[in-house]
Ligand binder design. Structure first.
Ligand SMILES: O=C(O)/C=C/C(=O)CC(=O)CC(=O)O
Ligand SMILES: [Ca+2]
Ligand SMILES: [Mg+2]
Length: 395
């Protein structure tokens, strides 16, 4: 096994000892043995091998083919494993990143997508509902969301086949069918639930850290032509369910302790279950970069989000709904106030396009300021558009 030592870490590497995200990987010599790894610089620590060698109490969790058993073990276990991993960083259990295959790191239970950027919601409202109010009357009173399709969450690097479906341009009398003509991205931040919660036990804001295992980047691919025709009155459906890409690394929430930031001032007082005015700052100062075919098109600031991940979790459970290990929710498109901070092409092009072409490759990266000038990186999420696969039915 190749030797590696912490001193090999490049200056300013956002995957240093304060980051330590978890993923699931295989090596060419054992392609049928997915196991838990920890990213450190340009290497992957074989956490399963290190844990076994040390007789760790968590060895079985780290030998699992998904992060779910570790996620289900709860926060005290997450903290204990993170401390043990720190002790393994100068030992010979590393593989160069380019020599491993990274897999979808967790088994997705339910998937929810929110709509938490005021800038995004107002911009999209103006484009989709010209003449109406930009924000709907409920927007500042509850974090709006919808249930997405858990089974089509895919790991970074997976090609995205252009979706097909119905659309109707404003001037057309009848809908037509075909490959999406307005295929878009949405730059988002995802939150992965570890500790479950039984039904009828809403998760208060103060218990957010007990339940959320970690954070990742998300690209919520969106077909604007399918979406704008189908979404009334029940919300997004086939325009978003064909694929949602996530990064291969889940960064523990604790890594962002030094990156916490207060969310924007609230316009209205919030109901008690959402009122975070007396809590620790609920935002995270994550700086996202969106590139298309290698060119930077936007730098969305996650600190500008109106609703926090803790509020979203409290809202998801306030009606009595239970939580399962592997439940996954995305922040909603991250857009800031400036024209170069918008999280989707719909906004970046003011609804006019161009949208994604076949062959386009989109990559999201992000980092947050950590302690003592360190950077806390999120793993990248990348995907390439391939042509629509089949002829439409009846063609
Ligand atoms: O109808 C609308 O106002 C727009 C809805 C969305 O695009 C949903 C969505 O994915 C929200 C988001 O990512 O912020
Ligand atoms: Ca979205
Ligand atoms: Mg999606």
């Amino acid at each position: 096994m190749p030797q590696h030592h912490p001193r090999d870490l490049a200056e300013g590497d956002p995957f240093g000892p304060d980051t330590l995200p978890y993923g699931v990987f295989t090596t060419p010599d054992a392609p049928d043995r997915p196991r838990v790894g920890v990213r450190y610089g340009a290497h992957v620590l074989d956490a399963a091998a290190a844990a076994a060698a040390h007789g760790s109490a968590y060895a079985d969790l780290l030998a699992a083919p998904t992060l779910n058993p570790l996620m289900a073990a709860g926060r005290p276990a997450w903290q204990a494993v993170r401390a043990e991993v720190r002790g393994w960083l100068d030992e010979p259990y590393f593989h160069p990143l380019e020599e491993v295959t990274l897999h979808l790191p967790f088994e997705v239970a339910d998937y929810v997508d929110f709509y938490a950027s005021e800038h995004h919601a107002a911009n999209v409202g103006r484009i989709f509902r010209p003449g109406g109010e930009a924000l709907t009357p409920n927007w500042k009173h509850l974090p709006i969301g919808y249930h997405g399709r858990a089974g089509t969450v895919v790991v970074t690097g997976t090609d995205v086949v252009r979706p097909q479906g119905q659309r109707k341009a404003p001037g057309d009398d009848l809908p037509t069918f075909g490959p999406s003509l307005r295929l878009d991205i949405e730059a988002e931040v995802g939150f992965v639930v570890g500790t479950p919660a039984p039904d009828n036990t809403p998760v208060p804001l103060s218990d957010f850290r007990e339940h959320v295992f970690g954070v990742c980047l998300v690209n919520d691919w969106s077909s604007r032509d399918l979406q704008s025709w189908e979404y009334v009155p029940l919300g997004p459906f086939l325009g978003k369910s064909f694929a949602t890409s996530v990064s291969a690394w889940i960064t523990p929430l604790d890594a962002f302790d030094a990156s916490r930031t207060a969310p924007p001032a609230r316009t209205y007082p919030l109901l008690p279950y959402l009122d975070d005015s007396a809590d620790e700052p609920g935002g995270i100062d994550l700086r996202i970069e969106v590139t298309i075919n290698g060119e930077t098109v936007s730098r969305p600031p996650f600190s500008a989000m109106y609703w926090t991940a803790a509020q979203q979790l409290a809202h998801m459970t306030v009606n009595g709904a239970s939580l399962r290990t592997g439940d996954f929710y995305a922040s909603g498109t991250v857009s800031g106030p400036e024209p170069d901070q918008l999280g989707c092409l719909l906004e970046l092009t003011r609804g006019k396009g161009p949208f994604l072409a076949d062959g386009d490759e989109v990559t999201l990266t992000a980092w947050a300021p950590g302690a003592n000038g360190a950077r806390i990186g999120l793993g990248e999420v990348t995907g390439r558009i391939t042509p629509a696969r089949t002829a439409p039915p009846g063609a």
